[in-house]
Structure formats: structure tokens, C-alpha cells
Design a protein around this ligand. Structure first.
Ligand code: 5RP
Length: 235
């Protein structure tokens, strides 16, 4: 599967392949969204087809659901599975405490619900996502479309009192239109550069009227698997 890949895809594939080794017969598995998670879904599908591995997969986006069905995985909803043995997902950044920024692919809401409903969350990534302090990657905040400009203004006001380096915010676009999530919401990206207290920011952002969820994953991730372009992994 990895023969003609670019170095970055080789790294993502290596991490995905290693993570899929953690899956045992009969497990209920949360499946993340993004290019790294897509490798994991393909590797999982390979085990289903070649080894007859039985599992229930809960996807975190319509994209992941479509890919999982294509590769032969039994897709069920979170409400059907109720609780998951493990979730495997990518990330946009992770720090030494394994706190994350996620949502670059716009699926943070389902990703956070699914990861939180799992015994274990494993992040698969390449080394470029490792940071000392979160915030270099824009922090996605999902807001409902009604009054989104008010929610954005309230977020900007809140940021004035937060320990962050940057305070610019942008509405995520899809061409000239707002990007719309699977839940029909918009995403405001916060360009913070460095987040001093990610735990506090994660809590207060969700108090803003209109905010549905933010992309800070605090105390949710249990393990990070870092793939290298040489095919080696570090855990
Ligand atoms: C999607 C996510 C992704 O996990 C994150 O953006 C990383 O994506 P990729 O594996 O393509 O770099 O949070 O909402």
C-alpha cells in the first residue's frame, strides 16, 4: 500500500499501520477524519478483508463513513455502538501533555464526542505536528450560523483577557461561501500563535452563546504514534 508515497504520506501511513495493530477482534472503533485517519481506515479495511477481523466502526464525518464502507468496514452510529474501545484519529498539533488542536478538517465536533466516548484515544501523526505550546495552528471553533457574527465578536472580546499572542479571527470559507460542517454549522478559526492556558481557553470558549465546540482536546488523548518517512514509528 505504501510503495509510491511521498515522504509525508509514508510517515502518515507508518503511524496508521502501527495504530491498526492495536485493534482486536470484536472491538468498537472510533474512526477519525483527515488524511492520516484515512490511511488508518484503509489499513483497517485491509485487516477486515484479509484477516476476517470483525469490528464496528463509528465514523466522525460523512467522508470517513463513505471511505469506511468502500473498504468493507461495518459502519455503525455512536448511538448504536454506545461506547467505544478505542478511537484513532489525526491531529493538527499535540503538546508534551498530549493535549491537541484538532478540526483542521472541520470535523472537530463529532471527533470530540467520539473520542470522549472511548476507553482510549490514539493520535496518529507525523513529527511536524509536535509543538511545545499549542496555538501555532489556527484553533477552530464551531459556531451555529444564526448570529455567527455576534458569536465571533464575543469570542474576540473574550480573547482580550486570555493569555494568547494573537487575537485575529477568520470565518472558514469554502470558495466564497462559509464552510459548512456535517452538523450545518460554521467554523471561526482563531489565530492565536501561542496559547498560554489551553485548559482555561477550552472551557471559556464553550461558554460563548452560539459556540458549539472548540478544537482544543484536553486530557482526551492517551497515546500519540508518530510515523517517520523511513517507515519507523515512535510512541
Ligand atoms: C479533522 C482533524 C484532522 O485530524 C486534522 O486536521 C489532521 O488532519 P491530517 O491528518 O489531514 O493532517 O482534526 O477535523
Amino acid at each position: 500500500m505504501s510503495a509510491d508515497l511521498s515522504p509525508i504520506d509514508k510517515a502518515k501511513f507508518a503511524a496508521a499501520r502501527r495504530a491498526v495493530d492495536l485493534i482486536e477482534d470484536g472491538m468498537r472503533v472510533g474512526m477519525g477524519t483527515g488524511s492520516t485517519a484515512a490511511w488508518m481506515v484503509r489499513c483497517l479495511g485491509e485487516r477486515v478483508r484479509e484477516e476476517g477481523l470483525r469490528l464496528q466502526g463509528v465514523p466522525t464525518s460523512t467522508r470517513t463513513a463513505d471511505l469506511a464502507r468502500q473498504v468493507g468496514i461495518d459502519v455503525v452510529s455512536l448511538d448504536e455502538a454506545k461506547w467505544l474501545d478505542i478511537t484513532i484519529d489525526g491531529a493538527d498539533e499535540f503538546d508534551p501533555e498530549l493535549n491537541l488542536i484538532k478540526g483542521g478538517g472541520g470535523a472537530l465536533l463529532q471527533e470530540k464526542i467520539v473520542a470522549t466516548a472511548s476507553d482510549q484515544m490514539v493520535v496518529i501523526t507525523d513529527a511536524s505536528k509536535e509543538v511545545h505550546h499549542l496555538g501555532g495552528f489556527p484553533l477552530p471553533v464551531e459556531v451555529i450560523p444564526f448570529g455567527w457574527q455576534t458569536s465571533r465578536a464575543l469570542i474576540e472580546e473574550l480573547l482580550e483577557s486570555m493569555d494568547v499572542l494573537g487575537r485575529q479571527t477568520t470565518l472558514r470559507l469554502n470558495g466564497s461561501q462559509p464552510y459548512v460542517t456535517d452538523e450545518g454549522n460554521y467554523i471561526v478559526d482563531l489565530h492565536l500563535n501561542r496559547i498560554g492556558n489551553a485548559r482555561q481557553l477550552a472551557l471559556v470558549l464553550n461558554q460563548v452563546p452560539g459556540v458549539v465546540e472548540n478544537g482544543l482536546f484536553i486530557d482526551i488523548c492517551d497515546m500519540v504514534i508518530i510515523g517517520g518517512s523511513d517507515g519507523k514509528v515512535e510512541i
